[in-house]
Design a protein around this ligand. Sequence first.
Ligand SMILES: *Cc1c(COP(=O)(O)O)cnc(C)c1O
Length: 335
Amino acid sequence: MYDFRSDTVTRPSDAMRAAMVAAPVGDDVWGDDPTVQRLEAYCAELLGFEAGLFVPSGTQSNLIGLMVHCQRGDEYLVGQDAHTYKYEGGGAAVLGSIQPQPIENLADGSLPLEKLKRAVKPDDAHFARTRLLALENTIGGKVLPASYVRMVTDWAHGLGLATHLDGARLWNAAVASHVAPAEIASGFDSVSVCLSKGLGAPVGSVLLGKRDFIQAGRRWRKVLGGGMRQSGMLAAAGLYALEHNLARLADDHANAALLADGLRKLPGLTVEAQTNMVFVHLEPGMAQGFSTHLAEQGLLVSSVGTAQRWVTHLDVDAQAVAAALAIAARYFEGR
Ligand SMILES: *Cc1c(COP(=O)(O)O)cnc(C)c1O
């Protein structure tokens, strides 16, 4: 079976499991877990922040970030396609009383400055208080242009807005751009990173920010049910992932390019590759048959109608890519 549905499907390796078993632990709600503290400090250092907060998921990490930046009746400017707006169950509004102000993303994932400017509300009782700009990098596998990020975060700060980055796949952006993770994070007051996507840890995200921001976040983490006890066992997996699986994301990007090259040779497929993601558009007449064929052959991809997303990760190597391409090609034999 070849699983290209997402970079979240990876299984912890034996070495990662050994690191989890060996981790010194304490009760993290009491602030006692040395491995959690080590992970938070490691991420803070790597991403250029004062402090970090280990949380169960990226969804909770983003929500805590939004809830510390924004109070009841505040709003955040966010992409129409952003995870923090579209794919987190409306958590900011549901649990934070924070109003999203979605802005249509351009094809490169950016939010046009002119639209952002028009969306900022004047100080008037009719309006929610515009408080925060939230971006995502990578978004849809795409790395946001560095010059754009600098320009738009400077603009936000100039207006007194805070900035948050959903960096679930910040690691992919850094590796693809050949820059340090801290460079992708610069310009933001807070950043959320995932350890359970391309890096291969079974669980966990880290929220980064200034010391007082993280202290306020610790409170919301408890309120949201994210306070964990001997979570050093989970943090150890994250540390192992950062120490061993970061640089190798370049392999995932190379494998995605390889996959895209192979798929492009097949009839009826329009293919686009971005970092570790391959987006395939199928001609309507073949979409159902092709997707069914892949599933029957044990090749899992994520498909919605005529659109497919194939994601490369730690548990699919170049050989798996070759095998997947052979399965895909077999659909067209004799047709
Ligand atoms: C997966 C993802 C998240 C949320 O992470 P979970 O750990 O699944 O809650 C947030 N943002 C982006 C861009 C993601 O891809």
